[in-house]
Design a protein around this ligand. Structure first.
Ligand SMILES: [Zn+2]
Length: 431
């Protein structure tokens, strides 16, 4: 079996791809203009921020980066496309010939390209509505080779791809739309516009079963375009069939060529690779680390930044506490303080973290354990037999103990002072 995907995700842009309309309007048909409505005579103007993001994605997917890119008009008639063509790319795509590495193998990337989304169609029982807010939203399309061979491999690829996109600032909670190509017999069957992991998996399972039944009856499967029926959890023959194979592509003269050589890229973060390395280095569970960092920028930064000498389990526990209490934006130093508490088995509550964040020191929450502080205080007192006698006359003689211990552990002197009183009472029976 061979599985290939065409993935569409929205580029993180505030305005649309070829006009200045907002890309996030909610009230239908409020973010529209002659360009994204496709009025005759209107000309597209490229939102050039799209170039940097798309190039970063192509680079992250190990693609060859084209020096010059251009656009084409994919001509077809459909109600969501009043100008009768979608602006997309083929030959002049941003990147070609890349790959994504997963635990089950390598999935080839045919190309990474920029294109515009058509309008949204809302179908009722006996009517159809169109929302042009979506028309002209910038998308990146990622086309894979049919290199995935089973459901597990496909899921791994999708998670890996989503993680890479997440770290490049692409909002993967937005629509993640996939055209799913499944071939069990040599004939490629494409299921269009499947959204979300659960639906993609269900569509795949259905196609495997459907094609299997046909093959067992000796029927030819045949090349076909289908769509996904979410309610029925099945793929169905597409009503759009007649248009699909009949696109005309012509060069888009309104946009011309773009020189990509001066477009800067962001560096990719491969969280799965980092999880794998840390799991080996710290002899720790890779799946736990993946769970924590594949889609959590902050968790990755904290784990990365935690100074040496900590056990991975403690680092993970501290990060999980932050996630549990929905704490974001904690700095490295505060995280070290938290880590100290976790390492000493101190109970870290939401209030503790808030105290640390407010910079109220960690009085009473010293990174060193209470037992250790008390032992040090007792040791200093024992090392000088006269101290206790002097103390009975002049209470100030023990102030140097507070200073010494507080300084050594960077602890709040008020906390050490409290511990000193406890030690005197409990160990030396002096009130
Ligand atoms: Zn517009």
């Amino acid at each position: 079996m061979r599985i290939g995907l065409e993935v569409h995700v929205a580029l993180p842009l505030k305005s649309k791809l070829f006009c200045s309309c907002s890309s996030s309007a909610e009230e239908p048909n409020t973010a529209i203009c002659p360009i994204c409505m496709g009025f005759p005579g209107s000309k597209p103007m490229l939102n050039e921020r799209a170039l940097g993001i798309a190039k970063s994605i192509a680079a992250a997917l190990n693609c060859r980066l084209n020096d010059f890119i251009s656009f084409v008009r994919k001509v077809y008639f459909y109600p969501d496309l009043p100008k009768s063509y979608q602006i997309t790319q083929i030959g002049g795509a941003v990147g070609t010939g890349g790959y994504v590495q997963t635990a089950s193998g390598r999935v080839g990337i045919v190309r990474v390209q920029i294109e515009e989304d058509p309008a949204r169609i809302i179908r009722g029982d006996d009517y159809t509505l169109l929302d042009f807010n979506r028309s002209g939203i910038g998308l990146v399309e990622i086309v894979t080779e049919p290199d995935m061979t089973d459901e597990g491999g496909m899921k791994e690829f999708i998670i890996e791809l989503k993680s890479i996109l997440y770290y490049l600032g692409v909002d993967i909670d937005q629509e993640f739309k996939v055209d799913l190509n499944v071939s069990t017999s040599g004939d490629r069957v494409e299921t269009k516009n499947v959204t979300g992991m659960a639906n993609i998996v269900n569509a795949l399972r259905y196609e495997i079963k459907r094609q299997g039944v046909m093959a067992s009856k000796g029927q030819r499967i045949g090349m076909e375009t289908r769509s996904y029926d979410e309610a029925g959890m099945k793929t169905v023959q597409s009503r759009e069939k007649e248009t699909e194979e009949e696109y005309g592509f012509i060069y888009e003269p309104d946009l011309g060529e773009y020189d990509m050589r001066k477009v800067e890229t962001e560096t990719a973060v491969y969280a799965s690779r980092i999880a794998h390395e840390y799991a080996k280095r710290y002899d720790y569970s890779e799946s736990t680390l993946r769970e924590l960092i594949m889609f959590n920028r902050e968790a990755l930064a904290l784990i990365d930044g935690a100074k040496g000498g900590h056990r991975m389990q403690n680092i993970v526990n501290a990060v999980e506490l932050l996630i549990k209490y929905r704490k974001t934006g904690i700095n490295g130093r505060d995280f070290e303080s938290m880590l100290g508490l976790v390492e000493n088995g101190a109970a870290v509550r939401k209030e503790t973290i808030e105290k640390i964040e407010r910079g109220e020191g960690i009085s009473g929450y010293s990174a060193v354990s209470e037992d250790e502080v008390n032992k040090e205080i007792a040791d200093i007192i024992r090392s000088n037999a006269r101290l206790l006698e002097d103390y009975k006359r002049d209470r100030k003689v023990l102030n140097f103990v507070i200073g010494r211990v507080a300084k050594k552990h960077n602890a709040d002197p008020r906390y050490v002072s409290e511990q000193l009183r406890k030690v005197l009472r409990d160990v030396f029976k002096v009130e």
